[in-house]
Design a protein around this ligand. Sequence first.
Ligand SMILES: [Zn+2]
Length: 66
Amino acid sequence: MTSLHTLPNPTRSTRIHEHAWVADSRHPTSEGVVVYVRCAECGTHRVDLETHPQRPATPLSAEIVR
Ligand SMILES: [Zn+2]
């Protein structure tokens, strides 16, 4: 007889998706605006630096997976 096994579900953190970054907090510094961002989908954190409002932010930290 075949027995039914439940397949392991991929966890949220291992699923590949485009992170949906939302800014948690912003801190103006002499270098630019340091923005703490969090992915609304998986909760991954990252720290960005906005040097110019018209340019994309530069990631200061690696992505920190919860
Ligand atoms: Zn994500």
